[in-house]
Design a protein around this ligand. Structure first.
Ligand code: UD1
Length: 361
């Protein structure tokens, strides 16, 4: 059996690793790894391949950055000949980025079965590019591997036949479970002179938060104020960095530490030690829930409602007064505690491999 994996952007890399490892245990499985090149900076890509122990991609499509239409089209045009040449039995796509939907579309037209890992998540917010990618990918996929029961419900309500849906758990958590012991050895906290539970970690990269200079300024002002009380560490995504260059007049407090994007292990160490994480990322809502670290999500909605119901996540929307209030609530020890959702146990990749291997006999 030949399985071809397509990845392209930072959050895909943590998701493909456990699936490749689990499939490698199957007899007669050949795996091909395609990197679309959607993310290309060393700090957004190479460091993850290295730390996650991923093999060098068999193909790098070097599609790069552009508008949505151009990026998606470039990936499709560059992926089609690879698919025709490799003739895999199935293609696995991951998450909700442009690379995911682009590859799924190419497969559908060439009648190659697609499995979607992290299927069924819905924010019901069609202004989010990722929501369009999720809906289209799930529509095209023949195998839908879901991380939580809410995703199964969403798919069934959209008419997806039940026998295509497989609740397997969360592959991102597989990688976290595997690498947490190594992250614990990271010396980054010491290097940044941060002590456990005495700092806030921030990430922001959603277009709705960072593409508009006024919105980003409001968020940065709130963070600046908070950083007057407790150190705030903020690894800045390239997309966010671009907009921040236009905000040169903003003066930051000495407590607000802006850094370049950082590697997986170091970021995990920072999450684990944080008193609070403020983010608009999907994956970080999940990782903080697993780690039991309070998380404030600067979005109006989430496609990961289980992190609100079971975990430590609180949606603060884009109301900065609410962000400040909730931050001070957490810092005064009144933050949310939570549990770990079912099947977020480090074995989701094994379940996916078992299903694929059973299909091939
Ligand atoms: C993409 C995903 C988003 C995911 C995020 C994780 C889509 C629609 N969005 O958003 O779901 O949460 O990745 O990071 O697929 N850039 C660089 N170096 C890089 C990559 C990007 O400088 O290695 C800059 C480029 O100027 C680019 C901008 O960042 O224009 C945005 O990159 P892009 O891949 O289009 O979207 P992300 O915002 O990273």
């Amino acid at each position: 059996m030949k399985i071809l994996h397509v990845v392209g952007a930072r959050p895909n890399f943590m998701k493909v690793a456990p699936v490749m490892t689990a499939l490698a245990r199957g007899r007669g499985v050949v795996q091909v790894l395609v990197h679309t090149g959607q993310h290309y900076d060393a700090k957004m890509s190479n460091v993850f391949f290295h730390q996650l122990g991923l093999p060098e991609p068999d193909f790098n499509l070097e599609a790069g950055s552009s508008s949505h239409a151009v990026q998606t089209a470039e990936i499709m045009m560059r992926f089609e000949p690879v698919l025709i040449r490799e003739k895999p039995n199935a293609v696995l796509v991951y998450g909700d980025v442009n690379s995911t939907v682009a590859a799924a579309l190419v497969c559908a037209k060439l009648l190659v079965p697609v499995g979607h890992v992290e299927a069924g998540l819905r924010s019901y917010d069609h202004t989010m590019p990722e929501e369009i990618n999720r809906i289209v990918t799930d529509r095209l996929a023949e195998l839908l591997f879901t991380p939580s029961a809410d995703a199964d419900k969403n798919l069934m309500s959209e008419g997806v036949p039940e026998d295509r849906i497989h609740l397997v758990g969360n592959v991102m958590i597989d990688t976290l479970v595997r690498l947490l012991p190594r992250a614990d050895c990271s010396s980054l906290l010491q290097e940044l002179s941060l002590s456990d539970q005495r700092y806030i970690l921030v990430t922001l990269h959603r277009p709705s938060n960072v593409d508009d200079a006024r919105q980003l300024t409001e968020i940065l002002c709130a963070l600046n104020e908070i950083a007057g009380q407790v150190p705030v560490i903020f690894p800045v995504h390239p997309r966010t960095r671009q907009v921040m260059r236009e905000l040169a007049s903003l003066e930051f407090s000495s407590g607000l530490h802006l850094t370049a994007p950082i590697g997986y292990l170091e970021f995990l160490a920072l999450q684990k030690g944080a008193a609070l994480v403020i983010t608009d990322s999907g994956g970080i809502q999940e990782e903080t829930t697993y780690l039991g670290v309070p998380c404030l999500t600067v979005r109006e909605n989430t496609e990961r409602p289980i992190t609100l119901e079971v975990g430590t996540n609180v949606l603060v929307g884009r109301d900065m007064a609410r962000l400040r209030d909730e931050t001070y609530r957490v810092l005064s020890g009144k933050g949310r505690t939570g549990g770990i959702p079912p099947l977020w146990d480090g074995k989701a990749g094994d379940r996916i491999a078992d299903i694929l291997l059973a299909l091939s006999v």
